[in-house]
Design a protein. Structure first.
Length: 66
């Protein structure tokens, strides 16, 4: 079974591409606080957001799963 590693991958790719939590939130139509919670592993993004999220931080959706 593959483990979900969205939190660390999201933060790594977001920082690598110099995208702020606010910029990412604005693009996805959510708050920067939601992005922060995802990055801390407190919750996960809705599965419907994964393709847009991956595009925004320049990675493939399958990279969120190790």
């Amino acid at each position: 079974m593959k483990k979900i590693v969205i939190s660390q991958k999201l933060k790594d790719y977001r920082c690598k591409n110099k995208v702020t939590q606010k910029q990412l939130g604005d693009l996805l139509g959510i708050t920067p606080q939601s992005i922060s919670k995802w990055e801390r592993g407190e919750c996960y993004p809705d599965i419907a957001l994964l393709p847009t999220l991956a595009d925004a931080i320049d990675c493939a959706v399958d990279e969120f799963f190790a």
